[in-house]
Design a binder for this molecule. Structure first.
Ligand code: SF4
Ligand code: FE
Length: 483
């Protein structure tokens, strides 16, 4: 397994083509806006080194028997799935933001099942190729970006009917030794901190869409791949001197738009090629795993609740009954989220490939809760934090020789707490509920791993309504056979 320092060094060796604010980023590792997101991924390495977290952060590879980072593991039991949920909470609480490495783990696990199932049906060799790739990822302890979301253009049209056929990533040329692909993947979490990019289709497909039914993996610095960094609110605060106004002084997340401009993929890296009838399965399996992964929001919720309790104490309002009650409510919602990600893991089952898969109904219910509770937790956090969270002068004003003394004097809460500490904790709450980390805690909670309606469709498909109705009729004394 890599140390965090080895991880950062390994990124220095990559030559990713990255743009931000219209300019090419020459030194990703030391870029002040990107570096906090790299630090968050590095936490997935450092925590795996700590003796007290070995059980959660590491696993035994089912292909080599070696000890590996859990982020590269294929789940072999319910216990593995439960530990995955615990790992998400642990790292969310450690970083207070999106630590980005789950998408690759979820892509690997979904592919371990889908490649097996395609081979069973079509007598292909995808699973063998995949396992070879998996071993490479495990032995080098790599970060993989799981790239699913296509730009999608006109949402009312399937891929093959789009006016611009590149709206869904597709094969444009087949060669003897591989394929050439073109298209883009949007909202790619952790893309520029990844060694590999694993591409999957974004929706289920019909035969006419088979050129879009692709899955493959490439090194992230492959020729023809370009990354365009997404903006986050308050992102340029990271360029300022000082660290108070950043809120989270060490960690952050990032997303990027990834362009594939006629990129060559060798056959040994192709895991699905025009098998349109398996596109939907791969999407569903990845999405269910990723809906479980939103255990991370529980960990970020832990940070937010801790910050709010601290802010209340700094203001001297911690004993007010409504404040105590609101904090209880925040905890109740946060632990309800935890129940969901533990439940879908505990109720998981073994698939034919041997991989353990979450209970999809419960994973969807969990993610549906994630689209709501963090918003409500954030609302209560802002209620208790008070308006100063958004009207507070800058760090430079606090440190100004002219006005600093007034900021210090008038923004003080209880007399035992330095004004700077009060401002710092409010900036952290601002960061999670309005700033750079709100991308992960709020909007990604809404749309990541599928927007709310996607889970509602799955819930309606997966509940056993007939059984519920039969039970109700029986108890009501209705025994007629309705077929
Ligand atoms: Fe992982 Fe959560 Fe970030 Fe998704 S949002 S990559 S599940 S930390
Ligand atoms: Fe996500």
């Amino acid at each position: 397994m890599k140390t965090p320092a080895e991880y950062i060094e390994s990124l220095r060796k990559l030559k990713l083509n990255v743009y931000m604010f219209g300019r090419k980023v020459e030194n990703l590792v030391d870029d002040p806006i990107i570096r906090p997101s790299m630090n968050a991924v590095a936490a997935t390495y450092s925590m795996a080194m700590k003796p007290e977290y070995q059980d959660i952060m590491t696993a035994t590879s089912h292909i080599t028997g070696k000890k590996i980072n859990r982020f590269t593991h294929i789940h072999q039991s319910n216990d593995d799935l439960v530990k995955k949920s615990k790992m998400g909470r642990l790292l969310g609480a450690r970083t207070g933001c999106c630590f980005q490495r789950c998408v690759g783990m979820d892509a690997l696990n979904a592919l371990s099942m889908t490649t097996y199932d395609i081979d069973q049906k079509h007598n292909t060799q995808y699973n063998k190729r995949f396992l070879k790739y998996l071993q490479y990822v495990q032995e080098n302890d790599l970060v993989c970006d799981g790239a699913m979301t296509d730009p999608k253009g006109d949402r009312s049209l399937p891929p093959h009917k789009q006016e611009d056929p590149d709206m869904f990533l597709r094969v444009v040329e087949e060669k003897k030794d591989g394929i050439v692909v073109r298209g883009a993947k949007a909202h790619q979490t952790g893309a520029v901190n990844s060694h590999e990019i694993i591409v999957m289709p974004t929706i289920s497909m019909r035969e006419e869409d088979r050129d879009f039914a692709l899955s493959f993996a490439l090194p992230s610095d492959t020729k023809g791949i370009t990354y365009i960094m997404g903006r986050q609110s308050c992102d340029t605060r990271k360029l300022e001197d000082g660290d108070i106004d950043r809120g989270n002084v060490v960690f952050g997340g990032h997303e990027a738009l990834v362009i594939f401009d006629d990129v060559f993929v060798p056959w040994e890296r192709v895991f699905m090629y025009r098998e349109h009838e398996f596109a939907g399965q791969l999407v569903e399996q990845f999405a269910s795993y990723h809906r479980q992964s939103y255990a991370c929001k529980v960990g970020v919720g832990d940070v937010l609740i801790g910050a709010v309790q601290t802010a209340a104490e700094y203001n001297g309002i911690q004993k007010a009954s409504h404040v105590k009650d609101k904090i209880i409510e925040m905890n109740q919602m946060n632990e309800t989220l935890y129940c969901g990600c533990i439940a879908c893991a505990s109720e998981g089952h073994r698939e034919l490939s041997g991989t353990w898969y979450v209970d999809t109904l419960l994973a969807n219910v969990h993610k549906q809760n994630v689209t709501r509770f963090p918003y409500e937790i954030a609302r209560l956090a802002q209620d208790i934090a008070g308006g100063l969270m958004v009207t507070c002068p800058s760090e430079e004003d606090l440190k100004s020789p002219e006005v600093g003394k007034w900021v210090e004097k008038y923004l003080r809460g209880t007399s035992t707490v330095p004004t700077e500490h009060r401002i710092r904790i409010l900036r952290l709450i601002e960061n999670i509920t309005l700033g750079t980390a709100a991308v992960g805690y709020l909007t990604e909670s809404m749309h990541g791993a599928g927007s709310p309606q996607a889970q509602r469709i799955m819930i309606s498909r997966l509940v056993n309504m007939k059984e519920k109705q039969d039970t109700a009729r029986r108890l009501a004394g209705i025994f007629e056979d309705r077929g």
